[in-house]
Design a protein around this ligand. Sequence first.
Ligand code: SF4
Length: 410
Amino acid sequence: MELGQSSQPRRKTRQVMVGTVPVGDGAPITVQSMTTTKTADVEGTLQQIYDLAMAGCDIVRCTCNEAEAAEGLAQIVPRSPVPVIADIHHQYKMALAALEAGVHCLRLNPGNIRKPEHIKLVAQEAKARGVPIRIGVNGGSLDPSLYDKYGGKVTPEAMVESAERELAYFAEVGFDDVKISVKASSVPLMIEAYRQLSDAVDYPLHLGVTEAGPLPGGLIKATAGISTLLAEGIGDTIRYSLTADPVEEARAGRALLEAMGLRERKTIDLIACPSCGRAEIDVIEVARQAQEAFGDREIPLQVAVMGCVVNGPGEARDADIGIAAGRARGHLFVKGQNVAVVPEDKMVEALVEWAEVIHEHGVEAALERAKATRATARQAAEADRSALLDAKGTDANQSEVLIQNIRNLN
Ligand code: SF4
């Protein structure tokens, strides 16, 4: 499957430009996050924006809830490495102030800016400046009249109608530079709302499960909702709304798109075995150390940490570089071929070193580098493999012993 393809073809949409970043109409799906600093704290907010950009965030959103925040945006926007969206609730005047500050996009919540004359005024001003607006419907802050109309419940139909009402106000002033979200904290609700919305309009869609919560539950909820829709070809930009450092949101968004083949890999894809009775190392700890050592470094390789040399190299033979634990030592392999043997406490260091070589010079060059040591590395791996098989047999998890014990109980 080619990069950029989901299981279903991507839904055809219009395109909006958020600063220099295109959203919709086949553009790469983008990752968004939101700063948690006071926007008036210009240096603190910029630091967080830089951290987010490093972690894979393409577009950032900052709250614009007071005049000081708008003034902060005037200083943040020209120095930000990624386009900036102003998040507006309740006060339409803050939208006008954010436009004056030069933001690249506005997010309006139709549930709490409800006066048509205010909505149209903001749209007119955005149109004059060529700035798009996200209609950000939120299940938790739906217009009360819609809530009543749909039987005192938040339904997908009510959320879609909220977006359509806003679109109608925009249409009155000839504004259609729009993307839309219909987020809810319930995964089934948001999935159905986005499905209905994507049938009703051709604007680019911003996906998210709102207030998904802390890790790991929040990560699971957001992934369930966003990935289901992406696999159906729905969605043009995404945000994980986690109760965590926003850098985690950006990492999660990027990781999801890379895992689904919707964005090119930027950082390592760390695979690791789940460990079992055969493991010769603490796989969880070594994988954690490897994750930490690579961090957000732009080395787009698949790196494997495997708990034993009996099955590890075979199971991870497609990895660009991997390590499998032998008897108090690690066996390094490049695309399944043994290249070196290192002491157990140098395994992570060796992984990083070889990953750098492959990243810089390619797999063939790495294999060439190991030309003199490959035969001995293979023999050492074979020796450890045989010794471990001798020591633990083919039933290292001792299932057969346990089964016999169970039978003996009867
Ligand atoms: Fe990991 Fe080896 Fe167990 Fe597979 S058999 S899970 S590689 S320790």
